[in-house]
Design a protein. Structure first.
Length: 616
Protein backbone atom coordinates (compact mmCIF):
# COMPACT_ATOMS: atom_id res chain seq x y z
CA UNK A 1 0.00 0.00 0.00
CA UNK A 2 1.40 3.42 -1.04
CA UNK A 3 1.83 5.93 1.82
CA UNK A 4 0.16 9.34 1.43
CA UNK A 5 2.41 12.44 1.43
CA UNK A 6 2.05 16.06 2.56
CA UNK A 7 2.83 19.14 0.48
CA UNK A 8 6.60 18.63 0.87
CA UNK A 9 6.62 14.99 -0.45
CA UNK A 10 7.01 13.67 3.07
CA UNK A 11 4.89 10.61 4.13
CA UNK A 12 2.06 11.46 6.49
CA UNK A 13 2.34 9.92 9.98
CA UNK A 14 0.45 6.73 10.73
CA UNK A 15 -2.49 6.58 13.16
CA UNK A 16 -0.29 5.92 16.23
CA UNK A 17 1.79 9.07 15.49
CA UNK A 18 -1.40 11.10 15.03
CA UNK A 19 -2.74 9.98 18.41
CA UNK A 20 0.57 10.97 20.06
CA UNK A 21 0.40 14.44 18.47
CA UNK A 22 -3.19 14.90 19.62
CA UNK A 23 -2.28 13.83 23.17
CA UNK A 24 0.57 16.32 23.65
CA UNK A 25 -1.12 19.15 21.71
CA UNK A 26 1.42 19.23 18.90
CA UNK A 27 -1.35 18.86 16.31
CA UNK A 28 -2.34 22.53 16.97
CA UNK A 29 1.03 23.83 15.74
CA UNK A 30 2.97 23.02 12.57
CA UNK A 31 6.03 20.83 13.12
CA UNK A 32 7.97 22.52 10.31
CA UNK A 33 7.53 25.33 7.75
CA UNK A 34 4.73 24.65 5.33
CA UNK A 35 3.11 21.87 7.42
CA UNK A 36 -0.46 22.77 8.35
CA UNK A 37 -2.00 21.64 11.69
CA UNK A 38 -4.17 18.50 11.57
CA UNK A 39 -7.86 19.06 12.18
CA UNK A 40 -10.52 16.53 13.32
CA UNK A 41 -11.58 15.65 9.77
CA UNK A 42 -8.00 14.79 8.82
CA UNK A 43 -7.59 12.61 11.95
CA UNK A 44 -10.83 10.73 11.21
CA UNK A 45 -9.76 10.17 7.61
CA UNK A 46 -6.38 8.79 8.71
CA UNK A 47 -8.09 6.53 11.29
CA UNK A 48 -10.33 5.03 8.62
CA UNK A 49 -7.40 4.49 6.21
CA UNK A 50 -5.19 2.90 8.90
CA UNK A 51 -8.01 0.69 10.23
CA UNK A 52 -8.86 -0.58 6.75
CA UNK A 53 -5.17 -1.36 6.13
CA UNK A 54 -4.89 -3.31 9.40
CA UNK A 55 -8.06 -5.26 8.69
CA UNK A 56 -6.71 -6.20 5.27
CA UNK A 57 -3.42 -7.38 6.79
CA UNK A 58 -5.19 -9.54 9.40
CA UNK A 59 -7.56 -10.95 6.81
CA UNK A 60 -4.59 -12.15 4.79
CA UNK A 61 -3.62 -14.40 7.67
CA UNK A 62 -6.93 -16.23 7.45
CA UNK A 63 -7.14 -16.70 3.68
CA UNK A 64 -5.08 -17.35 0.61
CA UNK A 65 -5.67 -16.92 -3.07
CA UNK A 66 -5.81 -19.53 -5.75
CA UNK A 67 -3.76 -17.42 -8.15
CA UNK A 68 -6.77 -15.69 -9.73
CA UNK A 69 -7.37 -13.20 -6.89
CA UNK A 70 -10.33 -15.05 -5.39
CA UNK A 71 -10.19 -15.85 -1.68
CA UNK A 72 -9.82 -19.52 -0.76
CA UNK A 73 -10.62 -20.41 2.89
CA UNK A 74 -8.37 -22.88 4.63
CA UNK A 75 -9.92 -26.31 5.13
CA UNK A 76 -11.28 -27.04 8.57
CA UNK A 77 -10.37 -30.65 9.43
CA UNK A 78 -12.87 -32.63 11.45
CA UNK A 79 -12.72 -35.96 13.28
CA UNK A 80 -9.81 -38.21 14.18
CA UNK A 81 -6.60 -38.82 12.23
CA UNK A 82 -6.32 -41.73 9.82
CA UNK A 83 -5.38 -45.20 11.12
CA UNK A 84 -3.33 -47.89 9.40
CA UNK A 85 -4.74 -51.38 9.10
CA UNK A 86 -2.89 -54.39 7.82
CA UNK A 87 -4.34 -56.45 4.97
CA UNK A 88 -6.66 -59.03 6.51
CA UNK A 89 -9.75 -61.11 5.86
CA UNK A 90 -12.77 -58.82 6.18
CA UNK A 91 -15.59 -61.40 6.47
CA UNK A 92 -14.83 -63.87 9.27
CA UNK A 93 -18.43 -65.04 9.70
CA UNK A 94 -18.42 -67.56 6.83
CA UNK A 95 -18.82 -71.27 7.52
CA UNK A 96 -16.03 -72.28 5.10
CA UNK A 97 -12.64 -70.75 4.24
CA UNK A 98 -9.74 -71.55 1.98
CA UNK A 99 -6.25 -71.79 3.42
CA UNK A 100 -4.84 -68.82 1.38
CA UNK A 101 -7.66 -66.60 2.71
CA UNK A 102 -6.54 -67.13 6.31
CA UNK A 103 -2.80 -67.00 5.52
CA UNK A 104 -3.06 -63.56 3.86
CA UNK A 105 -2.83 -61.65 7.16
CA UNK A 106 0.39 -61.33 9.18
CA UNK A 107 1.56 -61.15 12.79
CA UNK A 108 -1.02 -59.87 15.30
CA UNK A 109 -3.66 -59.35 12.58
CA UNK A 110 -3.28 -63.02 11.57
CA UNK A 111 -3.84 -64.22 15.18
CA UNK A 112 -6.93 -62.01 15.57
CA UNK A 113 -8.33 -63.19 12.20
CA UNK A 114 -7.71 -66.85 13.12
CA UNK A 115 -9.62 -66.50 16.41
CA UNK A 116 -12.52 -64.71 14.77
CA UNK A 117 -12.81 -67.18 11.86
CA UNK A 118 -12.23 -70.50 13.66
CA UNK A 119 -13.42 -69.82 17.24
CA UNK A 120 -15.95 -67.07 16.42
CA UNK A 121 -14.64 -64.72 19.12
CA UNK A 122 -12.00 -62.15 19.94
CA UNK A 123 -8.67 -63.58 21.13
CA UNK A 124 -8.04 -63.64 24.87
CA UNK A 125 -4.93 -61.82 26.03
CA UNK A 126 -3.03 -64.94 27.13
CA UNK A 127 -3.78 -66.98 24.00
CA UNK A 128 -3.04 -64.13 21.61
CA UNK A 129 0.28 -63.41 23.35
CA UNK A 130 1.24 -67.12 23.28
CA UNK A 131 0.65 -67.65 19.55
CA UNK A 132 2.17 -64.29 18.64
CA UNK A 133 5.40 -65.18 20.48
CA UNK A 134 5.57 -68.57 18.68
CA UNK A 135 5.13 -66.90 15.28
CA UNK A 136 7.67 -64.16 15.93
CA UNK A 137 10.24 -66.62 17.29
CA UNK A 138 9.79 -68.92 14.27
CA UNK A 139 8.92 -71.86 16.52
CA UNK A 140 5.54 -72.41 14.86
CA UNK A 141 4.15 -71.57 11.42
CA UNK A 142 0.81 -69.97 10.62
CA UNK A 143 -0.46 -73.37 9.37
CA UNK A 144 0.32 -74.92 12.76
CA UNK A 145 -1.51 -72.09 14.59
CA UNK A 146 -4.57 -72.54 12.34
CA UNK A 147 -4.54 -76.31 12.82
CA UNK A 148 -4.10 -76.04 16.59
CA UNK A 149 -7.09 -73.67 16.87
CA UNK A 150 -9.25 -75.64 14.40
CA UNK A 151 -8.80 -79.00 16.11
CA UNK A 152 -8.87 -77.66 19.67
CA UNK A 153 -11.98 -78.61 21.72
CA UNK A 154 -13.43 -75.14 21.15
CA UNK A 155 -12.58 -75.25 17.43
CA UNK A 156 -14.17 -78.67 17.03
CA UNK A 157 -17.31 -77.33 18.68
CA UNK A 158 -17.43 -74.47 16.14
CA UNK A 159 -16.68 -76.90 13.26
CA UNK A 160 -15.51 -74.32 10.75
CA UNK A 161 -14.17 -75.96 7.56
CA UNK A 162 -10.84 -74.79 6.10
CA UNK A 163 -10.20 -76.18 2.66
CA UNK A 164 -6.61 -77.36 2.23
CA UNK A 165 -5.58 -77.12 5.90
CA UNK A 166 -5.44 -80.76 7.06
CA UNK A 167 -2.58 -82.06 4.87
CA UNK A 168 -0.20 -79.11 5.50
CA UNK A 169 -1.00 -79.20 9.21
CA UNK A 170 -0.20 -82.94 9.50
CA UNK A 171 2.98 -82.38 7.50
CA UNK A 172 4.02 -79.60 9.89
CA UNK A 173 3.33 -81.90 12.85
CA UNK A 174 5.52 -84.63 11.30
CA UNK A 175 8.40 -82.15 10.96
CA UNK A 176 8.56 -81.84 14.74
CA UNK A 177 8.82 -85.62 15.30
CA UNK A 178 12.29 -87.00 16.13
CA UNK A 179 14.22 -88.95 13.51
CA UNK A 180 11.68 -88.72 10.66
CA UNK A 181 11.06 -85.00 11.20
CA UNK A 182 14.24 -83.79 9.43
CA UNK A 183 13.68 -86.24 6.56
CA UNK A 184 10.13 -85.02 6.07
CA UNK A 185 11.34 -81.43 6.21
CA UNK A 186 13.97 -82.06 3.49
CA UNK A 187 11.50 -83.89 1.26
CA UNK A 188 8.89 -81.18 1.70
CA UNK A 189 11.41 -78.47 0.88
CA UNK A 190 12.53 -80.40 -2.22
CA UNK A 191 8.95 -80.78 -3.44
CA UNK A 192 8.24 -77.09 -2.92
CA UNK A 193 11.41 -75.99 -4.72
CA UNK A 194 9.54 -75.76 -8.04
CA UNK A 195 7.01 -73.28 -6.62
CA UNK A 196 9.62 -71.12 -4.88
CA UNK A 197 9.61 -68.41 -7.58
CA UNK A 198 5.81 -68.10 -7.55
CA UNK A 199 5.70 -67.97 -3.73
CA UNK A 200 8.46 -65.34 -3.75
CA UNK A 201 6.41 -63.23 -6.19
CA UNK A 202 3.33 -63.54 -3.98
CA UNK A 203 5.34 -62.49 -0.92
CA UNK A 204 6.82 -59.52 -2.78
CA UNK A 205 3.35 -58.44 -3.95
CA UNK A 206 2.02 -58.65 -0.41
CA UNK A 207 4.96 -56.65 0.97
CA UNK A 208 4.51 -54.05 -1.78
CA UNK A 209 0.82 -53.74 -0.95
CA UNK A 210 1.58 -53.21 2.75
CA UNK A 211 4.32 -50.63 1.96
CA UNK A 212 2.00 -48.79 -0.42
CA UNK A 213 -0.72 -48.73 2.26
CA UNK A 214 1.72 -47.34 4.82
CA UNK A 215 2.87 -44.69 2.35
CA UNK A 216 -0.71 -43.61 1.71
CA UNK A 217 -1.31 -43.44 5.46
CA UNK A 218 1.77 -41.24 5.99
CA UNK A 219 0.58 -38.90 3.22
CA UNK A 220 -2.93 -38.73 4.72
CA UNK A 221 -1.54 -38.00 8.21
CA UNK A 222 0.70 -35.28 6.79
CA UNK A 223 -2.24 -33.61 5.01
CA UNK A 224 -4.49 -33.79 8.08
CA UNK A 225 -1.79 -32.40 10.39
CA UNK A 226 -1.11 -29.57 7.94
CA UNK A 227 -4.84 -28.77 7.86
CA UNK A 228 -5.02 -28.68 11.64
CA UNK A 229 -1.98 -26.41 11.86
CA UNK A 230 -3.62 -24.08 9.34
CA UNK A 231 -6.85 -24.15 11.33
CA UNK A 232 -4.94 -23.10 14.49
CA UNK A 233 -3.30 -20.27 12.53
CA UNK A 234 -6.72 -19.13 11.29
CA UNK A 235 -8.12 -19.08 14.83
CA UNK A 236 -5.15 -17.01 16.01
CA UNK A 237 -5.59 -14.65 13.04
CA UNK A 238 -9.29 -14.15 13.80
CA UNK A 239 -8.40 -13.37 17.40
CA UNK A 240 -5.80 -10.83 16.24
CA UNK A 241 -8.41 -9.31 13.87
CA UNK A 242 -10.86 -8.85 16.74
CA UNK A 243 -8.13 -7.16 18.80
CA UNK A 244 -7.33 -4.85 15.85
CA UNK A 245 -11.02 -3.96 15.46
CA UNK A 246 -11.19 -3.11 19.18
CA UNK A 247 -8.16 -0.83 18.84
CA UNK A 248 -9.67 0.86 15.79
CA UNK A 249 -12.93 1.45 17.69
CA UNK A 250 -11.06 3.06 20.61
CA UNK A 251 -9.04 5.21 18.23
CA UNK A 252 -12.24 6.37 16.52
CA UNK A 253 -13.72 7.25 19.93
CA UNK A 254 -10.54 9.19 20.76
CA UNK A 255 -10.84 11.14 17.51
CA UNK A 256 -14.46 12.04 18.30
CA UNK A 257 -13.45 13.19 21.79
CA UNK A 258 -10.71 15.34 20.26
CA UNK A 259 -13.14 16.93 17.79
CA UNK A 260 -15.59 17.72 20.60
CA UNK A 261 -12.77 19.34 22.62
CA UNK A 262 -11.69 21.49 19.67
CA UNK A 263 -15.27 22.61 19.07
CA UNK A 264 -15.74 23.50 22.78
CA UNK A 265 -12.45 25.45 22.78
CA UNK A 266 -13.50 27.36 19.67
CA UNK A 267 -16.90 28.26 21.14
CA UNK A 268 -15.34 29.38 24.44
CA UNK A 269 -12.80 31.57 22.61
CA UNK A 270 -15.52 33.22 20.54
CA UNK A 271 -17.64 33.89 23.65
CA UNK A 272 -14.61 35.34 25.48
CA UNK A 273 -13.83 37.68 22.56
CA UNK A 274 -17.38 39.04 22.56
CA UNK A 275 -17.21 39.70 26.32
CA UNK A 276 -13.91 41.52 25.96
CA UNK A 277 -15.38 43.74 23.19
CA UNK A 278 -18.36 44.67 25.41
CA UNK A 279 -15.99 45.43 28.32
CA UNK A 280 -13.88 47.77 26.14
CA UNK A 281 -16.98 49.57 24.87
CA UNK A 282 -18.33 50.06 28.43
CA UNK A 283 -14.99 51.37 29.73
CA UNK A 284 -14.70 53.82 26.82
CA UNK A 285 -18.28 55.14 27.37
CA UNK A 286 -17.68 55.60 31.11
CA UNK A 287 -14.44 57.56 30.52
CA UNK A 288 -16.14 59.84 28.03
CA UNK A 289 -19.00 60.47 30.41
CA UNK A 290 -16.64 61.31 33.30
CA UNK A 291 -14.74 63.81 31.14
CA UNK A 292 -17.99 65.51 30.16
CA UNK A 293 -19.17 65.81 33.77
CA UNK A 294 -15.82 67.16 34.91
CA UNK A 295 -15.94 69.84 32.20
CA UNK A 296 -19.44 70.91 33.22
CA UNK A 297 -18.45 71.20 36.90
CA UNK A 298 -15.46 73.41 36.02
CA UNK A 299 -17.72 75.68 33.92
CA UNK A 300 -20.29 76.17 36.77
CA UNK A 301 -17.84 77.01 39.58
CA UNK A 302 -17.10 80.72 38.46
CA UNK A 303 -20.81 81.54 38.34
CA UNK A 304 -21.53 82.64 41.96
CA UNK A 305 -24.62 84.62 41.12
CA UNK A 306 -26.67 81.61 40.07
CA UNK A 307 -26.26 79.44 43.16
CA UNK A 308 -29.75 78.02 43.02
CA UNK A 309 -29.48 76.93 39.45
CA UNK A 310 -25.94 75.70 40.12
CA UNK A 311 -27.14 73.63 43.04
CA UNK A 312 -29.76 72.03 40.85
CA UNK A 313 -27.15 71.42 38.21
CA UNK A 314 -24.85 69.90 40.82
CA UNK A 315 -27.63 67.59 42.05
CA UNK A 316 -28.25 66.55 38.50
CA UNK A 317 -24.57 65.90 37.99
CA UNK A 318 -24.48 63.87 41.21
CA UNK A 319 -27.31 61.69 39.94
CA UNK A 320 -25.52 61.29 36.64
CA UNK A 321 -22.34 60.38 38.53
CA UNK A 322 -24.30 57.81 40.51
CA UNK A 323 -25.59 56.33 37.27
CA UNK A 324 -22.05 56.29 35.94
CA UNK A 325 -20.87 54.52 39.10
CA UNK A 326 -23.61 51.92 38.57
CA UNK A 327 -22.37 51.43 35.00
CA UNK A 328 -18.83 50.94 36.35
CA UNK A 329 -20.17 48.34 38.78
CA UNK A 330 -21.83 46.57 35.82
CA UNK A 331 -18.44 46.62 34.09
CA UNK A 332 -16.84 45.11 37.24
CA UNK A 333 -19.53 42.42 37.15
CA UNK A 334 -18.53 41.64 33.55
CA UNK A 335 -14.93 41.21 34.71
CA UNK A 336 -16.05 38.78 37.46
CA UNK A 337 -18.06 36.87 34.83
CA UNK A 338 -15.03 36.71 32.59
CA UNK A 339 -12.88 35.34 35.44
CA UNK A 340 -15.57 32.76 36.24
CA UNK A 341 -15.78 31.75 32.57
CA UNK A 342 -12.01 31.43 32.41
CA UNK A 343 -12.07 29.14 35.45
CA UNK A 344 -14.85 27.07 33.85
CA UNK A 345 -12.85 26.80 30.62
CA UNK A 346 -9.78 25.68 32.59
CA UNK A 347 -11.91 23.08 34.38
CA UNK A 348 -13.28 21.83 31.03
CA UNK A 349 -9.76 21.60 29.64
CA UNK A 350 -8.59 19.65 32.69
CA UNK A 351 -11.62 17.35 32.41
CA UNK A 352 -10.97 16.75 28.71
CA UNK A 353 -7.30 16.04 29.47
CA UNK A 354 -8.36 13.54 32.14
CA UNK A 355 -10.71 11.88 29.65
CA UNK A 356 -7.90 11.66 27.09
CA UNK A 357 -5.59 10.08 29.67
CA UNK A 358 -8.35 7.66 30.71
CA UNK A 359 -8.96 6.65 27.09
CA UNK A 360 -5.24 6.17 26.59
CA UNK A 361 -5.11 3.99 29.71
CA UNK A 362 -8.02 1.90 28.40
CA UNK A 363 -6.23 1.56 25.07
CA UNK A 364 -3.04 0.36 26.77
CA UNK A 365 -5.03 -2.06 28.95
CA UNK A 366 -6.73 -3.52 25.88
CA UNK A 367 -3.41 -3.94 24.13
CA UNK A 368 -1.93 -5.65 27.21
CA UNK A 369 -5.01 -7.87 27.56
CA UNK A 370 -4.75 -8.83 23.89
CA UNK A 371 -1.10 -9.82 24.33
CA UNK A 372 -1.89 -11.79 27.51
CA UNK A 373 -4.80 -13.57 25.83
CA UNK A 374 -2.67 -14.41 22.81
CA UNK A 375 0.04 -15.89 25.05
CA UNK A 376 -2.58 -17.80 27.06
CA UNK A 377 -4.01 -19.33 23.90
CA UNK A 378 -0.54 -20.29 22.71
CA UNK A 379 0.31 -21.82 26.12
CA UNK A 380 -2.99 -23.73 26.16
CA UNK A 381 -2.27 -25.05 22.67
CA UNK A 382 1.20 -26.20 23.78
CA UNK A 383 -0.17 -27.88 26.91
CA UNK A 384 -2.93 -29.58 24.92
CA UNK A 385 -0.46 -30.85 22.35
CA UNK A 386 1.85 -32.13 25.11
CA UNK A 387 -1.03 -33.93 26.86
CA UNK A 388 -2.22 -35.45 23.56
CA UNK A 389 1.26 -36.85 22.96
CA UNK A 390 0.97 -39.02 26.12
CA UNK A 391 -2.53 -40.38 25.30
CA UNK A 392 -1.29 -43.44 23.32
CA UNK A 393 1.28 -44.24 26.03
CA UNK A 394 -1.31 -44.25 28.83
CA UNK A 395 -3.79 -46.22 26.70
CA UNK A 396 -1.11 -48.89 26.14
CA UNK A 397 -0.33 -48.82 29.88
CA UNK A 398 -4.02 -49.47 30.69
CA UNK A 399 -4.13 -52.40 28.23
CA UNK A 400 -1.08 -53.91 29.95
CA UNK A 401 -1.95 -53.44 33.64
CA UNK A 402 -5.72 -52.74 33.86
CA UNK A 403 -6.70 -56.23 32.80
CA UNK A 404 -8.75 -57.65 29.94
CA UNK A 405 -12.04 -56.07 28.88
CA UNK A 406 -13.92 -59.23 29.93
CA UNK A 407 -12.51 -59.04 33.46
CA UNK A 408 -13.35 -55.34 33.82
CA UNK A 409 -16.91 -56.01 32.60
CA UNK A 410 -17.34 -58.71 35.28
CA UNK A 411 -16.09 -56.27 37.93
CA UNK A 412 -18.56 -53.60 36.75
CA UNK A 413 -21.61 -55.92 36.74
CA UNK A 414 -22.63 -55.38 40.44
CA UNK A 415 -23.11 -51.65 39.84
CA UNK A 416 -26.11 -52.40 37.59
CA UNK A 417 -28.22 -53.23 40.63
CA UNK A 418 -27.22 -49.95 42.33
CA UNK A 419 -28.26 -47.96 39.25
CA UNK A 420 -31.59 -49.78 38.92
CA UNK A 421 -32.31 -49.37 42.64
CA UNK A 422 -31.82 -45.58 42.27
CA UNK A 423 -34.19 -45.46 39.26
CA UNK A 424 -31.35 -44.14 37.05
CA UNK A 425 -30.30 -45.07 33.54
CA UNK A 426 -33.37 -43.60 31.84
CA UNK A 427 -33.46 -40.96 29.10
CA UNK A 428 -34.22 -38.16 31.58
CA UNK A 429 -32.00 -39.57 34.34
CA UNK A 430 -28.94 -41.04 32.54
CA UNK A 431 -25.74 -42.38 34.09
CA UNK A 432 -22.68 -40.10 33.79
CA UNK A 433 -19.42 -42.13 33.93
CA UNK A 434 -16.36 -40.01 34.80
CA UNK A 435 -13.08 -41.23 33.26
CA UNK A 436 -14.83 -43.88 31.14
CA UNK A 437 -11.54 -45.26 29.73
CA UNK A 438 -12.10 -48.14 27.30
CA UNK A 439 -15.89 -48.07 27.91
CA UNK A 440 -16.48 -51.49 29.52
CA UNK A 441 -18.98 -50.07 32.07
CA UNK A 442 -20.84 -48.16 29.33
CA UNK A 443 -21.16 -51.43 27.36
CA UNK A 444 -22.59 -53.20 30.42
CA UNK A 445 -25.17 -50.40 30.84
CA UNK A 446 -26.16 -50.64 27.18
CA UNK A 447 -26.57 -54.42 27.38
CA UNK A 448 -29.01 -53.93 30.31
CA UNK A 449 -31.01 -51.31 28.43
CA UNK A 450 -29.72 -48.43 30.58
CA UNK A 451 -28.76 -44.99 29.21
CA UNK A 452 -25.23 -43.82 29.97
CA UNK A 453 -22.69 -41.28 28.77
CA UNK A 454 -18.93 -41.27 29.35
CA UNK A 455 -16.38 -38.47 29.82
CA UNK A 456 -12.62 -38.82 29.26
CA UNK A 457 -9.74 -36.55 28.23
CA UNK A 458 -7.72 -39.32 26.49
CA UNK A 459 -8.21 -39.10 22.72
CA UNK A 460 -7.30 -42.78 22.20
CA UNK A 461 -10.01 -43.92 24.64
CA UNK A 462 -12.57 -41.54 23.09
CA UNK A 463 -11.90 -42.89 19.59
CA UNK A 464 -12.08 -46.48 20.89
CA UNK A 465 -15.45 -45.88 22.61
CA UNK A 466 -16.87 -43.97 19.65
CA UNK A 467 -15.87 -46.85 17.39
CA UNK A 468 -18.03 -49.14 19.54
CA UNK A 469 -21.02 -46.81 19.21
CA UNK A 470 -20.85 -45.51 22.79
CA UNK A 471 -21.98 -42.01 23.81
CA UNK A 472 -18.79 -40.27 24.99
CA UNK A 473 -17.56 -36.68 25.44
CA UNK A 474 -13.92 -35.63 25.13
CA UNK A 475 -12.70 -33.06 27.66
CA UNK A 476 -11.72 -32.33 31.24
CA UNK A 477 -14.10 -33.99 33.71
CA UNK A 478 -14.57 -30.91 35.92
CA UNK A 479 -15.12 -28.55 32.97
CA UNK A 480 -17.71 -30.90 31.42
CA UNK A 481 -19.54 -31.18 34.78
CA UNK A 482 -19.59 -27.39 35.16
CA UNK A 483 -21.30 -27.06 31.77
CA UNK A 484 -24.21 -29.41 32.65
CA UNK A 485 -27.47 -28.10 34.22
CA UNK A 486 -28.58 -28.80 37.80
CA UNK A 487 -30.36 -32.10 38.46
CA UNK A 488 -29.75 -33.42 34.93
CA UNK A 489 -28.38 -36.95 35.69
CA UNK A 490 -29.66 -39.91 37.69
CA UNK A 491 -26.32 -41.49 38.64
CA UNK A 492 -22.63 -40.53 38.60
CA UNK A 493 -19.97 -43.26 38.56
CA UNK A 494 -16.19 -43.10 38.55
CA UNK A 495 -14.10 -46.28 38.32
CA UNK A 496 -10.59 -45.52 39.58
CA UNK A 497 -10.58 -41.75 39.03
CA UNK A 498 -10.58 -40.37 42.60
CA UNK A 499 -6.97 -41.48 43.29
CA UNK A 500 -5.77 -39.43 40.27
CA UNK A 501 -7.12 -36.09 41.57
CA UNK A 502 -5.64 -33.42 43.88
CA UNK A 503 -7.67 -32.95 47.06
CA UNK A 504 -9.18 -29.60 45.95
CA UNK A 505 -10.27 -31.09 42.60
CA UNK A 506 -11.77 -34.14 44.37
CA UNK A 507 -13.86 -31.82 46.59
CA UNK A 508 -15.12 -29.91 43.53
CA UNK A 509 -15.98 -33.22 41.83
CA UNK A 510 -18.13 -34.16 44.85
CA UNK A 511 -19.80 -30.72 44.92
CA UNK A 512 -20.50 -30.78 41.19
CA UNK A 513 -21.88 -34.33 41.50
CA UNK A 514 -24.29 -33.24 44.23
CA UNK A 515 -25.44 -30.35 42.02
CA UNK A 516 -25.93 -32.50 38.91
CA UNK A 517 -27.74 -35.43 40.57
CA UNK A 518 -31.49 -35.55 40.74
CA UNK A 519 -32.98 -35.93 44.27
CA UNK A 520 -32.23 -39.47 45.38
CA UNK A 521 -29.57 -39.85 42.65
CA UNK A 522 -26.68 -42.32 43.01
CA UNK A 523 -22.96 -41.57 43.48
CA UNK A 524 -20.52 -44.52 43.18
CA UNK A 525 -16.72 -43.98 43.20
CA UNK A 526 -14.38 -47.00 43.06
CA UNK A 527 -10.71 -46.76 44.14
CA UNK A 528 -7.84 -49.06 45.27
CA UNK A 529 -8.16 -50.22 48.89
CA UNK A 530 -5.07 -49.39 51.01
CA UNK A 531 -6.38 -51.75 53.74
CA UNK A 532 -4.79 -54.47 51.59
CA UNK A 533 -1.07 -54.32 52.35
CA UNK A 534 -0.04 -55.34 48.81
CA UNK A 535 -2.18 -52.57 47.32
CA UNK A 536 -0.96 -49.98 49.80
CA UNK A 537 2.75 -50.78 49.33
CA UNK A 538 3.02 -51.96 45.72
CA UNK A 539 0.08 -52.28 43.32
CA UNK A 540 -1.23 -48.74 43.95
CA UNK A 541 2.05 -47.27 42.65
CA UNK A 542 2.06 -49.34 39.43
CA UNK A 543 0.18 -46.41 37.85
CA UNK A 544 2.54 -43.38 37.81
CA UNK A 545 -0.45 -41.01 37.56
CA UNK A 546 -1.83 -42.07 40.97
CA UNK A 547 -1.43 -39.37 43.65
CA UNK A 548 -2.12 -41.04 47.02
CA UNK A 549 -4.30 -43.84 48.43
CA UNK A 550 -7.66 -42.95 50.02
CA UNK A 551 -8.42 -44.91 53.21
CA UNK A 552 -12.09 -46.08 53.11
CA UNK A 553 -13.30 -44.49 56.35
CA UNK A 554 -11.65 -41.14 55.54
CA UNK A 555 -13.16 -41.12 52.04
CA UNK A 556 -16.59 -42.06 53.41
CA UNK A 557 -16.44 -39.15 55.90
CA UNK A 558 -15.42 -36.67 53.17
CA UNK A 559 -18.35 -37.68 50.94
CA UNK A 560 -20.75 -37.42 53.86
CA UNK A 561 -19.31 -34.02 54.84
CA UNK A 562 -20.08 -32.68 51.32
CA UNK A 563 -23.82 -33.29 51.86
CA UNK A 564 -24.49 -36.86 50.64
CA UNK A 565 -26.78 -39.30 52.49
CA UNK A 566 -26.75 -43.06 53.14
CA UNK A 567 -22.98 -43.21 52.52
CA UNK A 568 -21.57 -46.74 52.73
CA UNK A 569 -18.42 -48.69 51.82
CA UNK A 570 -18.58 -51.65 49.39
CA UNK A 571 -15.41 -53.81 49.38
CA UNK A 572 -14.89 -55.85 46.20
CA UNK A 573 -13.27 -59.25 45.63
CA UNK A 574 -15.18 -60.25 42.46
CA UNK A 575 -12.74 -61.09 39.60
CA UNK A 576 -9.84 -59.93 41.81
CA UNK A 577 -7.16 -62.39 42.92
CA UNK A 578 -3.90 -61.13 44.45
CA UNK A 579 -2.66 -64.62 45.33
CA UNK A 580 -2.76 -64.25 49.13
CA UNK A 581 -1.23 -67.30 50.92
CA UNK A 582 -3.50 -69.38 53.25
CA UNK A 583 -3.47 -68.79 57.01
CA UNK A 584 -1.33 -71.02 59.26
CA UNK A 585 -2.88 -73.61 61.52
CA UNK A 586 -3.42 -72.40 65.09
CA UNK A 587 -1.10 -75.05 66.56
CA UNK A 588 1.93 -73.73 64.65
CA UNK A 589 4.13 -71.51 66.87
CA UNK A 590 3.67 -67.83 66.08
CA UNK A 591 0.59 -68.53 63.93
CA UNK A 592 -1.47 -65.77 65.52
CA UNK A 593 1.06 -63.03 64.71
CA UNK A 594 1.80 -64.34 61.24
CA UNK A 595 -1.90 -64.78 60.41
CA UNK A 596 -2.53 -61.17 61.46
CA UNK A 597 -0.16 -60.12 58.69
CA UNK A 598 -1.40 -62.69 56.17
CA UNK A 599 -5.01 -61.56 56.70
CA UNK A 600 -4.06 -58.10 55.43
CA UNK A 601 -3.05 -59.70 52.13
CA UNK A 602 -6.53 -61.20 51.72
CA UNK A 603 -8.45 -57.90 52.19
CA UNK A 604 -10.52 -56.77 49.20
CA UNK A 605 -8.12 -54.95 46.83
CA UNK A 606 -10.78 -52.40 45.72
CA UNK A 607 -13.67 -50.61 47.41
CA UNK A 608 -16.42 -48.19 46.44
CA UNK A 609 -18.08 -45.28 48.18
CA UNK A 610 -21.81 -45.56 47.41
CA UNK A 611 -24.04 -42.62 48.40
CA UNK A 612 -27.28 -40.83 47.53
CA UNK A 613 -28.22 -37.20 47.13
CA UNK A 614 -30.88 -36.17 49.64
CA UNK A 615 -34.50 -36.02 48.48
CA UNK A 616 -35.27 -32.69 50.19
Amino acid sequence: MMNETDGFDRPLPNIDTLISRVRDGSDMHPAMPGQSPLDSAEIMRRVRVETAARKGKNASLNADTDGTGSVVAFPQPKGALARWKSAALTDTSKSEFTLPELLAAADETFVTTAYRALLRREPDAKGASHYLELLRAGVASKVEVLGTLRWSPEGKARSVHVDGLLAPYLLQKLRHMPLIGPVVAWLHALLRLGTFTRRQQVYEASASREAHGLGNLVNELSMQLQSRFEEADAVQARHALKSSEGLASLEALLARRLQELEQANAEAGSHLARIREKQAEAEEAAATRMESLQSQIETLRPISGALGDAQKAIDKLVKQQTATTAQLEVVAGFEDGIRTLREQLQGMQQQQQGMLEQQQGMLEQLRSAALVEQERLAQHARELESARALDPLYAAFEDKFRGSREMVRVRAEPYVAFVQEAGAGTADAPVLDLGCGRGEWLEVLREHGLAGRGVDSNRVFIDLCAGRGLDVIEGDVIEIMRSLPDGSVGAITGMHIAEHLPFEVLIELLDQSRRLLKPGGLLALETPNPENIQVATHYFYMDPTHRNPLPPEAFRWIVEARGFHHVRIERWTIARDLGAPPLLADEIPGAESINALLSQLAVAPDYSIVARRGVA
